[in-house]
Design a binder for this molecule. Structure first.
Ligand code: FAD
Length: 692
């Protein structure tokens, strides 16, 4: 076997080996794996998760969220911001003075140095008030100059720039995207050539960036470009993607004695939401080496730097925006549907509306669970890019579903814009969240499972490494044996659970864990079979997208169960758990069916192993839908949990303030006349004598 068969398999596998590009290698080298590794192994125990992961805010963070952030929210008026397409001056000032742009910057550099969880909760609360303000705060705290400087800057760069960024003296932006390179960012044409001019080593750069958030007001411009060194002038570092920081004003790193012209200030209008976004370009400008983040030795290292920082950021900020949209929908639309009557009954009592309300509640529960578990994972010092990709793409999709249902329920009140409309701005902003930081279609079809396989599969990367070496048969043999063993084990477990689960009733205290045992084994078994496709997996986006869905549904299933264990005392939380897991389990079943139906032989084996007696998961019944929808249209513990920390203005004319008061009156059987007057206010929409 060792002498004949193994070398044949080894050589055949080399042909199947997917080519891994340098940019993919950089992505693989960054961050860590986390619980998704257990999905590839075939087992994850919820008690381990519950014991290992916890998260909470400390006193200072809580105080900042409850007081400083509330004051900020009070200054943000959505209609005003949308009309002027800018934040008002006092809001900009408040953001800078209170270090909202330095939430994650270390205290040594005058930042707030708050936890990931605090960062997430602050962005979330601001977003429940106004998406443009949230984006303005979010961008300097996610992937951008601050984060990159902190991890890779020289000491001098950190000392000078970080305190300025923390205090908002400098406003940063980061330009990666160009007209030609969107999703395929690494293909950019922006170029820099290493030159030595008047005895100074520097770079002649030409670039043209678009879609850059905060660019029109930025004073510190981060630029990614391709560095070339045709004259071999670099003494350290390499050619390749490099990151530069160009200040608008001269400073110790940059003196514009070359009369560089940087075109900055032109704006795009992202769906009227009102935050700053625009273009930056320059032609053949000279920048000294001191402008490179990390100095000359970090030349050519830009892609690795971006990958390392991206992983964390996108799991926090865009999910925080999504949680905010979902909480706002639950609070506002849940309340509105109890208050608004048609045919003499609250619309919350109509079954067609209930169906949508139940989805809104379910998405809220799933999002909140996913957010808290992910923040806890980061708190545990893990940096999992596969999970952050899942968080980014699923959270924004869940928010889209929730807002769409919310808009349907609000009817005209959702459509007519103005102060009285609390949801339209979120509706407009959702495609932005879907598109940025790794557009969802690409993230689902290419990143989640593709990266998951190479990074989180216990053996695949070892196999690839040993095949790349060309003569490492022993290591190949060891890992191949482990894959075969794991496939057989998960095949047996899948069959075992398919039979055993028929005898398990819903009352069993481990009911969900047992079902998850089955679903995780199904995933591990079937994804190992998919390896037989070799490098084709990379281009089989139908397949890879479905596996990405299964991975995501598994992550969110565990998150929902974990969140349930953390909040068991909240009355009726079990109903939210049931409806959420029914959905995730049905989704996984559907994805496995789709995979089976489309792959002739492998598909058949997967089908008879995972569902030998046919489908076993069913959608939630009407009784559960009814119960869950009622939970968010009345003043319940679960409604309070789902909508915790949303911002409600003290202004009596504010729609959420009115809905909140009216809900309280209804619950307490308050004065009928007062309820009627408040209802009349709540159902009003803005009207205008003319438009500007
Ligand atoms: C409001 C806004 C703010 C932004 N802020 C910044 C910023 O601050 N800095 C910055 O550098 N960039 C920023 N961007 C750019 C953003 O990251 C890009 O828009 C994004 O990368 C997508 O690029 P694109 O719009 O050119 O779409 P394209 O790349 O043209 O993609 C079009 C469609 O094809 C899909 N697609 C592409 N490739 C694949 C593939 N291989 N497999 C499957 N599907 C694929 C995409 O998912 C998408 O659905 C911003 C964009 C917007 C709209």
């Amino acid at each position: 076997m060792k002498r004949f068969i193994l070398p044949t398999i080894y050589n055949y596998s080399k042909k199947l080996l997917p080519k891994i590009s340098n940019t993919e290698k950089a992505a693989l080298d960054s961050g860590t794996s986390s619980i998704e590794k257990n999905f590839f192994r075939g087992h994850l125990d919820i008690t381990t998760l519950v014991d290992k992961y916890n998260v909470s805010l400390n006193y200072y963070e809580k105080n900042f969220l409850d007081k400083t952030t509330n004051q900020l929210c009070e200054l943000a008026n959505t209609s005003d911001i949308e009309n002027k397409q800018n934040l008002p001056n006092n809001l900009w000032k408040y953001i800078r003075n209170n270090k909202f742009m330095g939430i994650v910057i270390n205290k040594n550099y005058n930042g707030l140095q708050f936890s990931h969880h605090a960062h997430s909760k602050i962005v979330e609360k601001i977003a429940t008030r106004n998406p443009a303000t949230a984006v303005t705060v979010m961008v300097p705290n996610s992937l951008g100059p601050g984060e990159l400087l902190y991890h890779y800057g020289t000491n001098e760069q950190k000392k000078y720039y970080l305190p300025r960024l923390a205090k908002g003296i400098d406003i940063p932006c980061f330009g990666l995207t160009t007209e030609y390179s969107g999703s395929d960012a690494a293909s950019m044409l922006d170029e820099g050539i290493v030159v030595n001019e008047n005895g100074e080593l520097g770079i002649r750069m030409t670039f043209s960036k678009r879609y850059i958030t905060l660019a029109p007001v930025a004073t510190l411009i981060g630029i990614a470009f391709k560095l070339k060194d045709p004259n071999k002038l670099l003494t350290k570092g390499n050619e390749g993607i490099t990151l530069a920081l160009i200040p608008k004003e001269n400073n110790q790193f940059y003196n514009n004695k070359y009369n560089n012209i940087i075109n900055i200030g032109n704006r795009h209008n992202p769906l009227d939401v009102g935050f700053m976004n625009g273009t930056i370009s320059a032609n053949n400008i000279f920048i000294p080496m001191s402008c490179i983040i990390g100095g000359e030795e970090k030349c050519g290292y830009g892609w690795n730097m971006l990958m390392e920082c991206l992983g964390e950021g996108r799991g926090i900020s865009l999910p925080a925006l999504s949680v905010a949209s979902s909480k706002l929908t639950t609070f506002g639309v849940g309340g509105y549907s109890r208050i608004r009557k048609q045919f003499n009954i609250p619309i919350a009592e109509m079954e067609g509306v209930k169906e949508k309300l139940a989805v809104i509640a379910t998405k809220n529960y799933q999002l909140l669970s996913g957010q808290y578990l992910f923040n806890s994972i980061l708190h545990n010092k893990e940096k999992p890019p596969v999970l952050s990709a899942i968080m980014k793409f699923k959270s924004t999709e869940y928010a889209r579903i929730s807002i769409n249902h919310g808009m349907d329920i609000l009817g005209g009140a959702g459509i007519c814009k103005g102060d009285m409309n609390f949801l339209a701005s979120h509706y407009n902003a959702i495609p932005i969240a879907i598109t940025v930081e790794g557009s969802n279609t690409l993230t689902r079809s290419l990143i989640v499972f593709g990266q998951g396989l190479t990074r989180s599969h216990p053996n695949l990367l070892n196999i690839i490494n040993s095949l790349e070496k060309g003569n490492d048969i022993d290591n190949f043999n060891l890992n191949l044996k482990e894959i075969i063993y794991s496939t057989l084990l998960n095949f047996s477990k899948s069959l075992y659970y398919s039979i055993y689960l028929n005898f398990i009733s819903k009352n069993n205290k481990d009911y969900y864990q047992l079902h998850l045992n089955k679903l995780v084994s199904n995933f591990a078994f079937s994804s190992n079979l998919a390896l037989l496709l070799g490098g084709k997996i990379k281009t089989s986006q139908y397949l890879s997208g479905r596996y990405a869905d299964i991975l995501s549904d598994l992550y969110f299933s565990y998150a929902c169960l974990w969140f349930y264990h953390k909040n068991k005392d909240v009355k009726n939380i079990d109903k939210l758990l049931d409806i959420s897991l029914n959905e995730h389990f049905c989704n996984i079943q559907e994805s496995i069916n789709l995979i089976s139906n489309n792959y002739q032989y492998i598909g058949y084996i997967i089908k008879i192993t995972c569902y030998p007696f046919g489908n076993i998961y069913k959608k939630s019944n009407d009784k559960l839908i009814n119960d869950v929808s009622n939970l968010i249209t009345t003043d319940t513990e679960i409604r309070n949990l789902l909508t915790s920390d949303i911002f409600i203005s003290n202004n009596n004319k504010d729609k959420l303030n009115q809905i909140s008061r009216c809900m309280k009156l209804i619950t307490e059987n308050g004065d009928k006349n007062e309820i009627k007057l408040l209802t009349n206010e709540i159902i009003k929409v803005n009207s205008y004598s003319k438009f500007n």
